[in-house]
Design a protein around this ligand. Structure first.
Ligand SMILES: [Zn+2]
Length: 250
């Protein structure tokens, strides 16, 4: 990172070309980050809607290595914020014609009210058909779709748990699908219980599988240290790509 000129008046046209932009883009663990150097004492990290853009403002003389280190310590937080801002922007109303994600692809929601019975199913490629008994509120339509999502995650993850408990030779008590706002999954090592986020319904099979394996590996290695990384490398060689995919906004 080049030195900044304190007095812009001394910068002539030729020098101006060589002056490093105060605005630098960098990539940390797959996340694009705008870096701004300013006359400030503390670091400010922000995630902006609508696309989860990340900007960090740092004191002028803070070494780049320290900046990267600080970002790395906040990666989980950044991911959580990106999910949060994308959620608030894409305010879903569960109306006919809306786009909803399922299994890594966008689907068109077809709403048929007053259908006599309530159901959710994929009736044709790219269409999720939601039938309601009567005319109902957006809240009720959301619940119907979420119940379906939950069932779909259960169906898809069950064989994955079966396969990977055998491969990793681990045992656990139970797993559940829950609404989780900031994480894709969690593992209570002591209770030997795994929770998967309901939002995984929207993600591809390989991303779901990555989360299943990640949580199961925690039964062997509770933290995210080198031994955890080593186990992940042996289980799924491209897990870093899957992790990145999981946290990109769709
Ligand atoms: Zn973890």
């Amino acid at each position: 990172m080049g030195r900044q000129f304190a007095k812009p008046a001394r910068v002539n046209a030729v020098d101006a070309v060589r002056v490093p932009a105060p605005h630098v883009e960098m990539n940390v663990q797959g996340i694009r980050i705008e870096l701004l150097r300013k006359e400030i004492k503390n670091l400010h990290l922000r995630v902006y809607p609508p696309d989860g853009r990340v900007r960090i403002s740092v004191p002028r003389n803070l070494p780049l290595s320290s900046v990267v280190e600080m970002i790395e310590q906040r990666i989980e937080w950044i991911h959580a914020q990106q999910l949060r801002v994308s959620g608030t922007v894409r305010k879903l109303e569960y109306l006919d014609g809306e786009t909803h994600w399922f299994r890594g692809s966008p689907f068109r929601l077809r709403v048929i009210e007053n259908a006599g019975c309530a159901s959710v199913e994929i009736t044709e490629p790219g269409t999720i058909e939601l039938r309601t008994r009567q005319i109902c509120s957006g809240e009720e339509r959301r619940k119907l779709l979420e119940t379906w999502y939950r069932g779909q995650v259960r169906l898809r993850a069950a064989p994955m748990f079966e396969r990977w408990t055998a491969v990793l030779d681990v045992e656990f008590r139970e797993w559940r699908v829950r609404k989780m706002s900031t994480r894709w999954g969690s593992c209570n090592v002591r209770e030997r219980r795994i929770w998967l986020s309901l939002d995984l319904a929207k993600k591809s099979d390989e991303c779901l599988e990555y989360v299943v394996v990640h949580e199961l590996v925690h039964l062997l290695e509770p933290g995210h240290g080198p031994r955890f990384v080593d186990q992940m490398d042996r289980a799924i060689s491209n897990w870093r790509d899957l992790k990145r995919k999981l946290n990109t906004l769709t």
